[in-house]
Design a protein around this ligand. Structure first.
Ligand code: ZN
Length: 156
C-alpha cells in the first residue's frame, strides 16, 4: 500500500470542512501520533500533523519549521486545509511563532477542546479521544465525553 494511503486510512474526518481531522493510528507518550515511514532504506517515525503538512505543501519541512495547531489545540488533528488555507487547523510556522501562539492560547483564548499542557495528561486525553472515535466514529458528544471523563478521573 502506498504510504499516503496508509496514512489517510488512519484519519477520521469531522462533519464540516473546517472540523478536525483526527489521527487514530499509533500514539506516543506525548499525546501526539506516530507514523512510521521508510526513507533511504531506514524506518523513521514522524508526527502525523507534520507529515500531513508536508503532503499539503508538497515538500519536507525544514528543521526550524513547525506544524502548528492554529484553530484547535488538538494533538490528534491533521487538518491542513486540503488546498484551502482558510480551513486549515495545522499551519506552517517558525518555532518562535509557535511559542508565542502557545503563550496566547495559555492566556485563555482560542481553544475548543482542552487536552492540557501536561504531557501525561495530554497523552491520556488523546488516547481517550482516539478510543471514542474508533468505537463511535466521529461524534462530538463522544469526543467531549472522553475529554470530560478523563478530567473527572484526574480530579477524583
Ligand atoms: Zn483541528
Amino acid at each position: 500500500m502506498i504510504e499516503r494511503t496508509r496514512f489517510f486510512r488512519r484519519v477520521v474526518y469531522g462533519p464540516a470542512p473546517d472540523s478536525c481531522h483526527l489521527w487514530v493510528g499509533a500514539l506516543g507518550d506525548d499525546g501526539y501520533g506516530r507514523f512510521w515511514i521508510s526513507r533511504g532504506g531506514h524506518q523513521i517515525v514522524v508526527r502525523p500533523h507534520r507529515y500531513a503538512l508536508a503532503l499539503e505543501l508538497d515538500r519536507a519541512l525544514e528543521e526550524n519549521e513547525v506544524a502548528m495547531h492554529r484553530r484547535c489545540d488538538n494533538p490528534l488533528c491533521v487538518n491542513t486545509g486540503t488546498g484551502d488555507p482558510f480551513l486549515a487547523h495545522v499551519v506552517l510556522a517558525t518555532s518562535s511563532e509557535s511559542m508565542s501562539d502557545m503563550g496566547r492560547k495559555g492566556r485563555g483564548g482560542g481553544r475548543r477542546w482542552r487536552f492540557g499542557a501536561d504531557r501525561a495528561e495530554r497523552a491520556r486525553r488523546s488516547r481517550a479521544v482516539r478510543e471514542a472515535v474508533l468505537k463511535h466514529g466521529w461524534s462530538q458528544q463522544a469526543i467531549e465525553a472522553a475529554l470530560y471523563e478523563e478530567t473527572q478521573g484526574t480530579l477524583w
